[in-house]
Design a protein around this ligand. Structure first.
Ligand code: PXP
Length: 243
């Protein structure tokens, strides 16, 4: 089974919210991404609802035919209640602060182990798969296994930022961290700043990657190529083994 592409549609909501009204239509975008070949839809509702709103999440859940992944910080009670109401296939827990521009660090799975354990149990008991966002640090992957999580999501910003300068160096910690996670029986997802330039090498280097979630770059590419072509181009990168 190949690596799944989950399209993060937050940016579509950001564009819509900039004018009020319902253009572009987030629900239509979710339906279309799935039609165009996406293996999943990701949303990241934030407490100020400046991108995807809580109501969007409810509405999107009704049209999901692939995998629904909801990201967010479980310290927000509203977020936990929303996830338990909507019952997505996966919840990705991210320690982002209120008002933060975008996610910028992973969990400290050693210090926050007890908190994570309790929170993960809540979602797993409800039948929702759990993934936790971590930096590419071996100790964090090793300790993630003690939290009861099903998967980790590797935070790929460092990889993306350093890829052009030296891709072997950029990927090194991700390979090490992924190996530890795999050996501990955890599934591996990845996301943040992945794009058409850097995705293929990441995927080739970590072939047992289960899923990538991609938003910003894919929606930007859709401005030039159209949404259907953009989704297909990213899928192609995940199916290509030589460059
Ligand atoms: N994973 C997490 C936890 C995120 O917060 C985001 C951004 O919302 C992504 C993946 C996707 O990042 P990008 O929009 O850069 O593709």
């Amino acid at each position: 089974m190949g690596t799944k592409l989950s399209v993060n549609i937050n940016k579509i909501a950001t564009l819509r919210n900039s004018r009020g009204g319902n253009n572009p239509d987030v629900i239509k975008a979710a339906i279309d991404c799935q039609k165009f070949g996406a293996d999943g839809i990701t949303v990241h509702p934030r407490p100020d609802e400046r991108h995807i709103t809580y109501n969007d999440v409810r509405e999107i859940s009704k049209i999901i035919t692939t995998e629904f992944n909801i990201e967010g910080n479980p310290t927000e009670e509203k977020f936990v209640a929303l996830v338990l109401e909507v019952m997505p296939a996966q919840v990705t827990l991210v320690p982002d602060a209120i008002g933060q521009l975008t996610s910028n660090h992973g969990w400290n799975t050693i210090k926050e182990k007890d908190y994570l354990k309790k929170t993960i149990e809540l979602f797993k008991n409800a039948g929702i798969r759990v993934s936790i966002f971590i930096d590419p640090v071996e100790e964090m992957a090793a300790a993630a296994a003690d939290t009861g999580t099903d998967r980790i999501e590797l935070y790929t910003e460092y990889y993306a930022k350093t890829y052009i300068k030296n891709r072997e160096k950029a990927i090194a910690d991700y390979i090490k961290t992924a190996r530890i996670a795999e050996a501990k029986g955890l599934g591996i997802n990845a996301g943040h700043d992945l794009d058409l330039e850097n995705l293929r090498y990441f995927h080739q280097s970590i072939p047992y990657l289960l899923e990538v979630s991609i938003g910003h770059a894919l929606i930007c590419d859709a401005l030039y190529f159209g949404l259907e072509n953009a989704v297909q181009l990213y899928k192609r990168e995940l199916n290509s083994y030589y460059k």
